[in-house]
Design a protein around this ligand. Structure first.
Ligand SMILES: [Zn+2]
Length: 264
């Protein structure tokens, strides 16, 4: 899942010393949850193309003498809405498959792809793998980019990387909240989505052992978003009508009759 940045945040002057950034020439900065501090050093990658690790972009010539050439690894691209694999249910990973090199590699790729964007969650179908695997993670530094009052309203707190295979999600209460949500597979857009506030997810870790995650607030939202992907459901399939908008317009007023953001 992509993370939301407020309009005010997106126009925050760069905290870095150096050349001022011309926002008109670098519109992608406005779409990124990543602070400018990171974008200056990491080119925004075209989500429609496969991309590779930074090592593949390094000139090999001057490294070769030092034996520093790393293995060039190509990461899978993030598929965008419309690709059939995003709109069909994924299948469970079998016990035999979990320890396989293939599944372990898929998990490693997913973590790298999520962190590279960066995002706070990714489901295997988003990289073209129709298996029930999700990775989620929310870091202090990501959260620090959002206004504190927003983090409080969303009950957003950091949590370490979770890899969950064959997750089964259930709500723990009927309490819900409406907030804008984005998706790495629907680049550039947001919509209001109602999600349960408290959920429990049972599944398997990458070692095949059972894990149980109890989550609330924003973490619960991320888990619901990613588990939906495994059923071929994207947030646009359950968004509140008439709230779909571009990232640039996320702070503009909602249409009459739309629910307000916040806990229900
Ligand atoms: Zn998504």
């Amino acid at each position: 899942m992509e993370v939301i940045r407020r309009l005010s945040q997106r126009f925050t002057p760069t905290p870095l010393a150096g050349k001022p950034i011309n926002l008109y020439k670098t519109p992608q900065f406005l779409h990124s949850r990543t602070p400018i501090i990171q974008s200056q050093h990491k080119p925004i990658l075209n989500p429609n193309r496969p991309f590779s690790s930074s090592t593949s972009r390094s000139p090999a010539s001057w490294l070769s003498g030092f034996g520093m050439i790393k293995k060039i690894t190509k990461l899978p691209r993030i598929l965008q809405a419309g690709h059939p694999v995003l709109h069909e249910p994924a299948r469970e990973v079998t016990v035999e498959e979990i320890g396989s090199d293939r599944v372990q590699k898929i998990i490693d790729d997913m973590v790298q792809v999520m962190r590279r964007r960066p995002g706070v969650g990714l489901a295997a179908p988003q990289i073209g793998i129709p298996l029930k695997i999700i990775v989620v993670e929310d870091l202090k530094e990501y959260i620090a980019e959002a206004p504190e009052e927003e983090n409080i309203a969303q009950d957003r707190r950091p949590f370490d990387l979770l890899v969950i295979l064959n997750p089964k999600l259930r709500k723990k209460s009927d309490k819900s909240a409406f907030f804008f949500e984005g998706c790495l597979s629907v680049g550039g857009y947001r919509a209001l989505v109602e999600r349960y506030l408290e959920v429990e997810v049972n599944g398997l870790g990458r070692d095949g052992k059972p894990i149980k995650v109890e989550a609330c607030g924003w973490q619960a939202r991320i888990l619901q978003h990613e588990c939906d992907h495994l059923e071929g459901t994207m947030y646009v399939d359950k968004m509140v009508k008439r709230t779909f908008r571009t990232v640039e317009n996320v702070d503009l007023p909602l249409a009459n009759g739309c629910p307000k953001q916040g806990v229900r």
